[in-house]
Design a protein. Sequence first.
Length: 266
Amino acid sequence: MRPVIGVICDVKASGGHVVHGVTEKYIYAVANGAQALPVLLPGTVSAVDASMKPERLVLDEIFDLVDGIFLPGSPSNVAPHLYGDAPYNPPLPSDPHRDDLSIPLIRGAIERGVPLFGVCRGFQEMNVALGGSLFQKVYEQPGHFDHREDSSLDIAGQYAPVHDVVLEPGGLLESLAGASHWRVNSLHGQGVNQLAPSLTVEAHAEDGLVEAFRVTDAPGFTLAIQWHPEWRFWDDKLSSAVFTAFGAAARQRAERRGGRTLKAAE
């Protein structure tokens, strides 16, 4: 039986149209790593192709449908005004249509005990939604490394492990890894400045940057990771374990509420 996991979409222009979409590697990780049915959740719907007012999906309708929420990475960034900062000039890539859904969706999932997993931008969204702030350019901060990928490499090279993270003793990631350190990839320009008060660090990089956290007192699975565990998750013990745990939490929620689940394909 497969639980239903909502995957939030990026919203961007393409060929004169507005496209809501998710990179396939995230969908594949939810479908095969978490053993769940991925359902794409569009952000704010704009009035490009019809005479309609912009609208957002109703949260209660989303939570009636899904057993978990996945927040994937993206080339775009959370809008700086959401954490009290001014935008750079020229501004960095943004996605206000995604922000419009992701911020209230995160808060709603935590309030309802819905399993929640954020990666990269999703990690940053969770920190901002709960009252934290971000470095807009980590690589300009004294004492921090440049955590961006090497764009001269092919995709496999960009997603290869490049630095260690320290897993917090007694944390979820340490228990899943069975180790105190883990080698991870790194493809982000932004990162946590102030950690939201309700969050507990799960991992940090060697320069001290927070790389993973959980919601301290949340009743369900609420984890966020700055690196990219979805990339070839089956080749990495910790990545596989994280998606398995996320899927198990979603499955448990489905069973508790009478099971809006589907039979897995033979």
